[in-house]
Design a protein around this ligand. Structure first.
Ligand code: HEC
Ligand code: HEC
Ligand code: HEC
Length: 146
């Protein structure tokens, strides 16, 4: 088999790709699905979410990993001081609360894209082929019934 094909195939089959650079010791990017679940300390009301990471790679990494800079190998949302609050604060900004952060990012983007598609559909041009693929916004589409 062609060597390029072997490399491509192993990339497709791998669940992570890792590489090192002079900046970061080693960085591993999870491909395929990442299971997103509530932190252990939380009694989860909903099933964990299967997040197709690589289905989102047409989006700029920094749209989600918004504080990431080249060379930084910590890309978790649950890093201390990021979105690791277990409960919503009584008042003020709730974004440190993990659920708020995920819902705002995931549902927010899918809804914005759906709204844009709707506007395109309503404009009376033949735009079907321009409608962008987007993601789920209903509870059970992300948190399957157990
Ligand atoms: C686009 C995907 C998505 C949609 C749609 C969505 N969620 Fe979530 N939700 C998540 C993610 C990701 C988390 C964080 C990981 C986790 O806790 O499973 C989360 C966390 C939660 C949590 C906190 C953890 C827990 O299980 O107690 C609750 C409660 C929850 N979601 C309820 C809902 C409800 C109710 C709806 C519908 C109104 C909904 N979600 C819609 C992705 C989604
Ligand atoms: C649509 C949002 C989104 C996009 C776009 C995205 N990611 Fe992610 N990525 C996530 C989420 C959510 C996680 C899970 C984070 C967690 O478990 O706390 C994750 C996890 C990771 C992790 C593992 C972090 C860890 O510590 O476990 C790496 C590395 C990563 N992403 C790199 C990338 C790179 C590189 C790109 C661009 C090619 C990218 N991501 C694009 C949302 C995204
Ligand atoms: C910045 C925009 C953006 C954000 C943020 C985002 N998504 Fe998506 N999502 C998309 C787009 C675009 C697609 C369609 C990708 C495709 O199928 O080509 C998608 C598709 C999906 C799909 C369906 C994939 C399929 O194969 O049909 C799921 C499930 C999903 N997203 C979950 C999530 C979850 C969970 C999060 C938060 C951790 C998230 N998304 C954050 C834009 C986004």
């Amino acid at each position: 088999m062609n060597r390029v094909l072997v490399i491509l195939l192993s990339l497709v089959l791998a669940s992570v790709v890792c590489f090192s650079s002079s900046f970061a010791d080693e960085m591993c990017i999870p491909l395929g699905n990442i299971e997103l679940s509530a932190p252990q300390e939380v009694e989860a009301k909903r099933a964990a979410v299967d997040f197709p990471h690589s289905a989102h790679f047409s989006i700029n990494c920094q749209d989600c990993h918004h504080t990431w800079e080249y060379g930084d190998d910590d890309m978790s949302c649950m890093t201390s001081g990021c979105h690791d609050e277990l409960k919503p604060p009584k008042e003020g900004d709730k974004i440190a609360y993990f659920k708020e952060a995920y819902h705002k990012a995931c549902i927010g983007c899918h809804k914005t894209m759906q709204a844009k598609n709707k506007t395109l559909e309503m404009s009376k041009r033949p735009v079907a082929q321009q409608l962008a693929k987007t993601g789920p916004t209903s509870c059970v589409a992300c948190h399957p019934k157990e």
